[in-house]
Design a protein around this ligand. Structure first.
Ligand code: ADP
Length: 651
């Protein structure tokens, strides 16, 4: 009962300490292994995005440089002959493809239809006259995250009307959480903010960057800001490409809706765009093609400007991008129609609208993108698969290690616990084994000393009992001492040639009278005659005695002990048989272990130390032999000793 409770406790411990953590670990590992492919992709996207950020900033810096170059080279005065100075500018600066000149009232001084103008000039006038003379508005692009930076970062301020965002006009407002700010924005679209100090440029940049990162990472904010922009009359547009840079769960490209561009637009006139500034670049779409207009305010009033040569601009930008193609990826710029600026000849046709990662360039190049494509998209998948396989192998090895380690530890624990329990039982048993013969020896000795028993026959019987109890004591103490010696490896044998058959016979005969008095039938049969072995007499006797005394102890109703000696080739077989209860078959291989007792309870009918058989086995093995147990036909036990013979003595 107790044994069962203990082993079920160990089973629970095994489940809690090994099986449960293993299952949890398996669950976590399987989940993360399955995501490995997505993680590999994400890591790659992040790395490539860094390159894109760099590329975008190079392009923007180049646009600044172009603007400054044009500003520096533009004719400063509305000269008497504008044609000469503008034509001179065009021939000097190739980028300035179609120069123009405006009066302070935004009347076109050059080119005019009356002059001798080129085809370029004529088409410039057709497409731009309405705009540069301030009679028509064109869409002006702005970064939505910058435009609504205060709402995004949580400042309560409402942005100025589209296109009129003046940094100086920004008000300082109290900081609130982004969601709270947006909530306020929804409830009260025009929040009247308290007048505040203008922020420094550094603070502005900081807010812009914060807004940008919140805008990029929080889809909810994005959605609210786009809604807000549309509500205030701004135009939103889709990006020209659909990059894969999406969270792993939303990775299914086929179903992915085109992303919205971060650049939104609102119509503005030339006078609004040029207000408060000296010079700038204006992007505009003419028949779906992007055209850049440069303008510069003249000191005496009026404007000089030009349409930039699109092909030259593209060439300048292409030259800037270092390392367009590497072995693993293609980094390129896509124009407003989603076409790469350069395509290597040996590249197969691919879907340029599905880059691996992409970034919009700026409000000065709306719909342009910097994009990265994988040279071999399958390579990444196979790398991810390899990592997945390696991880599976690793996880499998770990599981096997944990399970086998856990099982080993628990088994060791179980056997240690068993041993500890057996040792405790052993101490109790041995104490009892010592006490019982001592009590009866003392009792009979006292009776004899006080001469309370006059009958000489009974006196003899008492003396016999005392002798046999002393023998029992000696056997027990010998067993304990032998065991200790064996454990320490100190057991020494004084081996000599001896007749083991004779040894058995003398043992049986020495016990016969006592046993027969106790109601035993004892038989001895020797088929071999003499059986010479090389052995230690004392130890072999001890071993035989242990088997013999077990046969006596464990005999119950039928008290019969049979000893026989036979031979097989070069071995002698000594069998000690009884008609007791025998050993249950599942215990048969355990009875030779130290301290093991089939019935180990202290209330067991037969007392013992659990050392008799292990000591007997050790002694016999030390003599090159073995002991085996067999159930006896008709009930009972057979303990068979096999010892190597050293040959019969010559007559
Ligand atoms: P013990 O001191 O308990 O007898 P042993 O090592 O001699 O220790 O025996 C181990 C166990 O083997 C015993 O507790 C008993 O259950 C079983 N056993 C040994 N000999 C016999 C036998 N002849 N008949 C039945 N059971 C036996």
């Amino acid at each position: 009962m107790k044994k069962q409770r203990r082993s079920s406790r160990l089973r629970i411990l095994f489940i809690l300490a090994v099986v449960f953590p293993c299952a949890a670990l398996a669950f976590i590992s399987i989940r993360s292994i399955n995501r490995e492919k997505a993680f590999v992709e994400l890591r790659m996207q992040r790395a490539l995005d860094v390159e894109l950020v760099q590329t975008v900033s190079i392009v923007n810096a180049e646009l600044d440089r172009i603007r400054e170059e044009l500003s520096a080279s533009a004719p400063l005065e509305a000269a008497a002959s504008p044609q000469a100075s503008l034509v001179g500018w065009r021939s000097q600066v190739e980028l300035a493809r179609v120069p123009f000149l405006l009066t302070a009232d935004l009347e076109i001084t050059w080119p005019t239809l009356s002059s001798t103008i080129t085809d370029h000039d004529r088409s410039f006038l057709i497409w731009n006259r309405e705009f540069i003379t301030d009679r028509a508005a064109i869409p002006v692009y702005q970064n939505i995250a910058f435009l609504y930076k205060d709402e995004i970062t949580g400042l309560k301020e409402e942005p100025a009307a589209a296109g009129e965002v003046s940094r100086d006009a920004k008000k300082e407002a109290e900081l609130v959480e982004p969601e709270e700010g947006l909530e306020l924005m929804k409830q009260n679209p025009v929040v009247v903010a308290a007048p505040a100090k203008p922020r420094s440029r550094a603070q502005e940049v900081q807010t812009e960057q914060k807004a940008l990162s919140q805008f990029a990472t929080n889809p909810e904010i994005r959605e609210q800001v786009y809604d807000k922009a549309r509500a205030t009359g701004q135009q939103t547009a889709s990006r020209t490409v659909t990059p894969r840079s999406a969270p792993p769960e939303e990775e299914n490209l086929a179903q992915k809706a085109p992303e919205e561009s971060i650049y939104i637009s609102a119509p503005q006139r030339f006078s609004q765009i040029t207000k408060d500034r000296d010079h700038g670049l204006i992007p505009r779409f003419i028949e779906d093609s992007l055209v850049l207009l440069f303008w510069k305010r003249l000191s005496q009033g009026g404007f000089v400007g030009c349409v930039l040569d699109g092909d030259l601009l593209k060439n300048r930008l292409i030259d800037l991008i270092p390392n367009f193609f590497s072995s693993s990826r293609i980094l390129t710029l896509l124009d407003e129609s989603g076409r790469p600026l350069v395509i290597p000849d040996d590249l197969e046709a691919r879907d340029w609208r599905r880059p691996f990662v992409a970034r919009e360039i700026s409000e000065r190049l709306p719909r342009w993108e910097a994009a990265v494509y994988l040279t071999d998209p399958d390579a990444m998948a196979s790398r991810a698969n390899l990592t997945t396989i390696l991880l599976w192998v690793l996880v499998f090895i770990l599981f096997v290690a944990i399970l086998s380690g856990g099982t080993y530890i628990l088994n060791t624990l179980r056997s240690e616990m068993l041993l500890a329990r057996q040792k405790t039982t052993f101490v109790a048993n041995v104490s009892h084994e010592l006490k019982t013969p001592l009590t009866s020896i003392r009792m009979f000795a006292e009776m004899l000393r006080e001469r309370r028993q006059p009958d000489p026959e009974k006196q003899d019987k008492y003396l016999n009992i005392m002798v046999s109890e002393t023998e029992r004591l000696t056997r027990l103490i010998n067993n304990v001492l032998d065991f200790t010696r064996m454990e320490r490896g100190e057991q020494k044998y004084q081996k000599k040639r001896l007749d083991v058959a004779l040894l058995c016979e003398s043992l049986v005969e020495s016990q016969r009278m006592r046993l027969e008095n106790d109601g035993f039938t004892v038989t001895f049969q020797n088929d071999l005659g003499e059986a010479f072995i090389e052995g230690d007499e004392e130890s072999l006797l001890q071993s035989l005695l242990n088997l013999f005394s077990n046969a006596e102890k464990y005999s119950d109703v039928t008290k019969q002990i049979d000893v026989d000696i036979t031979g097989t080739g070069d071995s002698v077989l000594i069998q000690v048989k009884d008609r007791g209860a025998g050993v249950p078959s599942r215990e048969a291989d355990k009875i030779f272990k130290e301290f093991y007792r089939v019935d180990e309870s202290l209330t067991s009918r037969v007392r013992g130390s659990g050392l008799g058989l292990p000591i007997a086995l050790r002694i016999i093995r030390d003599h090159g032999g073995d002991i085996r147990y067999f159930p006896r036909e008709g009930g009972g036990s057979v303990f068979q000793i096999r010892l190597p013979l050293i040959g019969m003595p010559s007559p």
